[in-house]
Design a protein around this ligand. Structure first.
Ligand SMILES: Nc1ncnc2c1ncn2[C@@H]1O[C@H](COP(=O)(O)OP(=O)(O)O)[C@@H](O)[C@H]1O
Ligand SMILES: [Mg+2]
Ligand SMILES: [Zn+2]
Length: 453
């Protein structure tokens, strides 16, 4: 008697196990396994044969890269995150939590491409054409060459791609499609993986770029798109951590461009709009003089972003002093406090210290060290600093102020934002600028910049 084989797959990462596991050994997720029928693979992946019109070797120098074949999304923030537009024949994954704006974004891109008469097919297993039409009416999409379909069978989607050879295809979402030849439910790990592989195959074979949308849930209750990251060309996520009320689209993988690029958007009833100058909004309405403040320029990919770091110190008469930070690395913060105590003579041992990055942003780099130090110092001394001064530099344990990369870009952003002065490392090389540069080599020199009593 033939027993039907089943396996257990992790919903987070796709790890496969023969028995149920409470904790995934690959990604550490709890209760993330679900049982699925084991796919019996055909030998040698027969169905994907003829991928490139037969097996043939050729000189590498003659291979055409198609590198410049990019399609603009019509949204410059999105183009940058894609690495300069969508590459033909690429498969991109657009992930995010429900309500993040994936469908809205994909529809906006579809409309922009279709506007010039190119055919775009938006396939949705999530919404009916009527619902898509409602969103389209709301956001102003409706070019004659924008086609919609509610289809969930990937074989049929792939056939349509081959037949129509549109300029762009969107599949919303990968969790709703299924491959007929796989004996598993739509949304299961094996369906998601196999459907993705099939769409990849269709994209590469036809040169049609495909964007697949994938839902991410915090609790991992549905199989997520994480397991697809290694298969697809581009992975973009809408971040749940937002800058103010903005939606941040971040590239976490890009075979055709840099990662760590972000695009900043605002979501409203009329759809998605790009925020070209987040620095301006982040620094909007800030007072000219402020104690406990340090303005910094951090890099998000190739884009400089100006932020305010705020610090508050408060005397504590008994008990252990608290250190509370949001938006900056805790260990980095402790190092900077130690340097301030040692080199600037700040006695913080009986002080609670709170640090916050305005706008709810997280800083992942060291170029903001100097600004953090300035914020704590001016906060502790209760000495207002000018918010027209930006602080850029990394701190060493010996109190040295060290150069950071992209100095010119950071200074240029400050200049663009109307800053008058930049405190930078003495050793940094800089180009032309109208901003007054204060070069310091050691943290002690902050004293003469933040004038006290
Ligand atoms: N009818 C509506 N009117 C105004 N805003 C809406 C409407 N429907 C959706 N939105 C906004 O658009 C956002 C993104 O929705 P959507 O693109 O459907 O997200 P996703 O596809 O990622 O689940 C929602 O969080 C909501 O703020
Ligand atoms: Mg959606
Ligand atoms: Zn896992």
């Amino acid at each position: 008697m033939l027993k039907k084989a089943t396996v257990f797959n992790c919903n987070n990462c796709g790890y496969e196990s023969l028995k149920w596991l409470g904790k995934c050994p690959a990604c550490g997720g709890f209760n993330s396994f679900s049982e699925e029928a084991k796919e019996l693979k055909k030998k040698g992946g027969g169905e994907y044969r003829g991928f490139d019109a037969g097996f043939k070797t050729g000189p590498l120098k003659d291979v055409e890269t198609g590198r410049k074949q990019r399609i603009s999304t019509g949204i410059s923030e999105a183009d940058r995150v894609f690495g300069g537009g969508i590459v033909k024949g690429s498969l991109a994954l657009l992930g995010g939590e429900p309500g993040a704006g994936k469908s809205t974004m994909a529809l906006a891109i579809s409309e922009n491409v279709a506007k010039s008469g190119r055919k775009v097919i938006y396939i949705s297993g999530e919404e009916s054409p009527g619902q898509i039409k409602m969103r389209a009416d709301r956001t102003g999409a409706g070019s004659p060459s924008l086609f919609v379909a509610s289809e969930t069978c990937v074989e049929r989607i792939a056939e349509e791609i081959e037949r129509e050879k549109p300029s762009l295809v969107v599949v919303d979402s990968i969790q709703t499609v299924y491959k007929d030849s796989i004996d598993a439910l739509a949304g299961s790990v094996s369906q998601i993986k196999e459907s993705c592989a099939h769409l990849m195959y269709a994209a590469k074979k036809t040169g049609v770029p495909v964007i697949i949308i994938g839902h991410v849930t915090k609790d991992g209750s549905i199989a997520g798109p994480k397991m697809l990251e290694h298969m697809v060309d581009v992975v973009l996520y809408f971040e749940s951590e937002q800058i103010n009320n903005f939606k941040v689209l971040r590239a976490v993988k890009n075979r055709f461009g840099s990662t760590n690029e972000i695009g900043v958007f605002e979501m409203g009833a009329s759809g998605i709009t790009e925020v070209a100058s987040p620095s301006k909004i982040l620094l909007d309405g800030i007072k000219e003089q402020k104690a406990g403040s340090g303005i910094v320029t951090v890099m998000e990919g190739t884009r400089p972003l100006m932020l305010e770091i705020q610090a508050l110190t408060a005397r504590r008469n008994f008990g252990n002093p608290q250190r509370t930070v949001t938006g900056v690395d805790y260990n980095r913060f402790l190092i900077i406090l130690a340097v301030l105590e040692k080199k600037m003579g700040l006695s913080l041992e009986n002080q609670d210290v709170f640090v916050n990055v305005a706008g709810g942003i997280r800083i992942f780099e060291t170029g903001s060290d100097l600004g953090l130090a300035a914020a704590v110092y001016s906060g502790f001394r209760n000495s207002p600093v000018s918010t027209k001064t930006v602080y850029i530099g990394e701190l060493g344990l010996d109190g040295e102020v060290r150069p950071v990369h992209f100095m010119d870009l950071r200074i240029a952003e400050a200049e663009r934002m109307g800053f008058e002065r930049a405190v930078i490392p003495a050793r940094s090389k800089t180009g032309e600028t109208r901003i007054k540069l204060e070069r310091i080599s050691s943290i002690e020199e902050l004293k003469k910049i933040i004038i006290t009593d």
